[in-house]
Design a protein around this ligand. Structure first.
Ligand code: ADP
Ligand code: MG
Ligand code: MG
Length: 897
């Protein structure tokens, strides 16, 4: 076998920005900047493959690597007119790690490598600046000891240097003289000897080899592993090592170092944004040793340099066609670029920059659309805490961010108080509901609150799902929060918060703060609207909303919804004027009483539908017939039992006792071992057809009434929880009769459809039977992916919190299947159902109405399998519009290949 020599070392001019896999992000961009002619100190990159070789070799550098390094160093020496380790014009280098993805603070850089007594003396002769040389030397000893020898930086800085400065009475490093830095360097070397039992290495190539190895080692340090796990970065990428000639920002008052963004990363404004420090090196700017100055000052301090800098920024932006995050150093008035990368930005900045760059002719509309993410939009669509108010502010506690946006309000501990004090029917105060966890009894209180905070639960807990649905900021799983419901207080780390105290919570970060922080209102600004209009012109998928009431429907239309994909009718039954009638209907012993209750419910339901149809004005509205088990509308069994026991003991109210006992017996009669799999959905429509007959009549009569007012109406009646085609056939035949009757009675033709929700795996398997015009005759399907996921996995959504967290941590599941569609399993059912339904009924309308309808990855999946629309909660409508456009762009790009 002949060994193919793989190239292990790339000089900067041999690489380019596309080689991130091999050269790491930092190395690839240093290469790119070198090749477009920017002033980059020369250097070379040892590839990520060498890192993997190092590990495959049992943590040994591959043979011959250092020869390649020496050859590359020769080139750098020539470029610089210097010699590595030389006694005349010595070359110093930095050794910098750089993986494909930036891993901030993971692996530290060593500056000024190559210093020893000889090179230091030569440098002093050359520069006549011993202060600078010893400043560089002490930095090198400290960084090398920290990264290579495993001694803590902290000990050098805080113990030795700090003690020295205190003893001298110095306040700033600027007061340190050459002699001081020399002494410190000696103390540092002494400390190394003491701690490691040997001398600090003086041979520059030994220093370099050790440094290279240390960078490779750091790829697998604890911090790096944890960071990769949280950021989902694969462990086998490896890191590159960059070796680069030093330039010195600490060479005097005409030198300096800084960091900058080519645009403001928090607003997106096209202004230079950054900070620098004169006579400083490397990390001084971010480390807070001295307070840096805003980059705008450079304009007055050195206009020529500033002009040059702005020009370089413009070149880089035009070249990369994106906002850049830069590191630079000035050595004796000369500017050098040390790093560039795409800058991280807030949601508002992402939108503004993308739109501005289209206007500047830098990028296309398609590119603008792909550069903004769902979480960017999320930030824009909800109030945020003013970032200025957060400076130096510590959260009281941080939980799991479950529903984005910030909220300020008075703490309350129960849903009734929240409903009484809060908005939507309460006193109109701003309250935040704080509970251990929430359940369906709390929904009215959640609706009245600005935000919800729970001590327990995860991202799919009841609180999280409901809050997201309503667009209410929510933090869950704030462990350490101790609620005392009796005393109406909660305690965190010794701080007690009472009912009525004000807190601020940030559902985007999970942080909870004491007191009222100023909020910034969501800004559906010009740039946002423009970007969305581009997304709309690109996407193929339609976007609808899940809305149960006119208020949500109106909001969703404002955010661009093109219809309602899921209107749940049972929420209407819970309202206070209706619940007693609903209970009467459920508990009725004979048909006449039941029919009487239904007759009274009919006009109420009809009015609900009329309002929704009016708001949706000609857009399709999918209404799901009653779905939950009936016991949800009755008082809880345990509560009733407690009341009965108490009444029996007291014995003073035999009449009430008799009533409660009767109710209790009825509730007991309806008890099910597993109600979510019990008498509900279409099963209920078969056993008690009266309810859905009433609902169908209400829908059709509402449609007629609204149509008579000159507004188009397209009701789509959805029969839930179908598993067998005969269920659908039976219910549909019955309801079709009701619909026809209404049309006959009124003489107004309504364009209505019947369809079903695909939420039981069996329904997906027999989708062709369900869709077949000669059989189930469903004119549309809506994938109810919450239940479909629950039943395909056999995971109870309400209990999954207990095992999903370890499942995700141990990578048993790649993502939470209740958040992002499990494409291999649940998705396969969807794809099968879609294909087989289209075969028998090519014009069938297909949509999705689970929580997944607002999740960008799931939306893209829906596009790929050919659904017609996605439906999501109102606040996620813009995110779905954007994701749908991105899906269309991605597919077009794949088609090109
Ligand atoms: P990080 O990834 O943590 O930013 P870097 O490798 O970019 O680490 O370097 C840390 C600091 O050292 C940066 O401020 C950088 O500009 C500076 N630096 C790195 N290499 C050199 C060099 N050759 N000359 C001068 N400064 C350098
Ligand atoms: Mg850097
Ligand atoms: Mg369901």
């Amino acid at each position: 076998m002949t060994a193919v020599a793989t190239k292990r070392v790339y000089l900067f001019h041999e690489g380019n920005a596309k080689m991130r896999d091999l050269l790491g992000g930092k190395g690839a961009n240093l290469a790119e900047m070198t090749n477009i002619g920017l002033p980059v100190p020369p250097g070379f990159t040892i590839t990520t493959e060498v890192c993997n070789e190092y590990y495959a070799n049992g943590q040994k550098l591959p043979a011959g690597l250092m020869d390649d390094v020496r050859a590359a160093m020769k080139f750098v020496e020539e470029k610089m007119g210097r010699t590595f380790g030389g006694s005349y014009r010595p070359l110093l280098v930095s050794v910098r790690s750089g993986a494909k993805f930036s891993m901030p603070g993971m692996m530290d850089t060593i500056l000024n490598l190559g210093l020893n007594e000889t090179t230091a003396r030569a440098l002093i002769e050359e520069t006549n600046n011993p202060r600078f040389v010893y400043d560089a030397y002490r930095r090198f000893i400290m960084m090398f000891s920290d990264v290579v020898l495993g001694l803590s930086k902290h000990d050098f800085d805080n113990k030795i240097l700090q003690a020295y400065k205190e003893q001298k009475g110095y306040k700033s490093d600027l007061e340190m003289s050459a002699e001081d830095w020399k002494l410190i360097s000696e103390k540092f070397l002494e400390y190394v000897r003491e701690k490691t039992g040997r001398d600090f290495p003086t041979d520059p190539y030994e220093q370099l080899e050790l440094a290279i190895e240390a960078v490779f080692k750091s790829w697998n340090n604890e911090r790096a592993i944890v960071y990769r796990r949280t950021e989902k970065i694969p462990d086998n990428l490896g890191t590159a090592v960059n070796v680069q000639a030093m330039v010195f920002g600490n060479a005097g008052d005409d030198s300096g170092t800084g960091v900058a963004f080519t645009r403001d990363p928090s607003t997106g404004e096209k202004v230079m944004f950054g900070e620098y420090l004169m006579n400083a090196q490397g990390e001084d700017v971010v480390a807070g040793v001295r307070t840096p100055v805003p980059i705008s000052e450079l304009q007055s301090q050195n206009p020529e340099l500033y002009r040059q800098f702005v020009e370089i920024c413009n070149i880089l932006e035009r070249h990369y066609r994106d906002m850049q995050d830069l590191e630079f150093t000035i050595e004796h008035g000369r500017l050098f670029m040390l790093q560039c990368r795409s800058g991280k930005r807030t949601g508002p900045a992402a939108v503004k920059i993308a739109v501005d760059m289209v206007h500047e002719g830098l990028i296309t509309k398609e590119e603008a659309v792909t550069r903004v993410t769902g979480s960017h939009l999320d930030q824009l669509l909800h109030p945020r805490i003013d970032p200025k108010a957060l400076e130096g502010k510590k959260p009281l506690i941080t939980g799991i961010p479950a529903s984005p946006g910030a909220a300020v309000g008075k703490v309350v501990f129960d849903a009734d108080t929240a409903a009484k004090l809060g908005v939507h029917g309460g006193a109109g105060e701003k309250v935040i509901l704080v509970r251990d966890e929430t359940n369906p009894d709390d929904v009215h209180g959640m609706l009245a609150s600005q935000g919800v905070l729970t001590a327990r639960g995860g991202k799919t807990s009841h609180a999280a799902v409901v809050a997201r649905g309503f667009g209410i900021p929510c933090v869950v799983g704030a462990e350490g929060l101790k609620i005392d419901e009796e005393a109406k207080t909660f305690t965190v780390n010794g701080t007690t918060v009472h009912e009525g105290d004000v807190i601020t919570l940030d559902g985007s970060s999970g942080a909870v703060y004491l007191g009222a922080l100023p909020l910034i209102a969501p800004e559906v600004s010009g740039a946002f609207a423009e970007l969305m209009s581009w997304a709309d012109s690109i996407r193929k998928l339609r976007v609808r909303t899940n809305a149960d009431n006119p208020r949500d429907a109106r909001q969703a239309v404002e955010l661009g919804a093109e219809g309602i994909g899921l209107c749940r009718t049972e929420h209407m039954f819970f309202e206070q004027d209706r619940l007693p009638i609903v209970q009467e209907m459920i508990l009725a012993q004979d048909e006449a009483v039941r029919q009487n209750a239904l007759d009274r419910l009919l006009p109420i339901q009809q009015k609900d539908f009329e309002e929704i149809f009016e708001v949706m004005a000609g857009k399709p509205v999918t209404i799901r017939l009653i779905d939950p088990p009936l016991h949800e509308f009755l008082p809880s069994h345990d509560e009733l039992l407690a009341q009965v026991v108490e009444l029996r003991v007291r014995g003073d109210n035999p009449q009430e006792l008799a009533e409660k006992e009767k109710l209790l017996r009825a509730v007991e009669g309806m008890r099910e071992a597993n109600p979510m799999m019990g008498l509900r959905g279409c099963r209920l429509s078969i056993v008690f057809p009266g309810i859905v007959e009433m609902q169908t009549r209400a829908i059709l009569q509402a449609a007629v009434a609204v149509k008579k007012r000159g507004i188009d109406v397209y009701p789509e009646i959805m029969i839930p929880l179908v598993g067998h085609v005969n269920e659908l056939k039976t219910v549909r035949a019955n309801l079709e009769r009701v619909a026809k009757k209404v049309i006959e009675e009124t003489g107004v033709a309504i364009d209505y459809k019947f369809g079903t929700m695909i939420e039981i795996p069996r329904a997906a398997l027999v989708a062709d039977q369900l869709a077949d015009p000669q059989n189930g005759n469903a004119e549309f399907f809506s994938f109810g992916t919450n239940d479909l996921t629950q039943m395909t996995f056999g995971f109870s959504r309400d209990d999954a919190g207990k095992f999903l967290v370890p499942y995700l941590e141990q990578k048993i599941l790649p993502t939470d299947p209740f958040e992002t569609i499990d494409q291999e399993g649940v998705g396969k059912l969807m794809r099968m159902a879609t294909e087989s339904a289209k075969r028998v009924r090519p014009d069938i309308k297909l949509g999705i109405c689970g929580e997944h309808g607002g999740d960008p990855d799931s939306v893209k999946f829906c596009h790929r399998i050919g659904l017609d629309y996605v439906s999501c909660s109102p606040f996620r409508v813009p995110i779905a519009r954007l994701a749908a456009a991105q899906a269309a762009i991605e597919n077009a790009a794949e088609g090109d290949k």
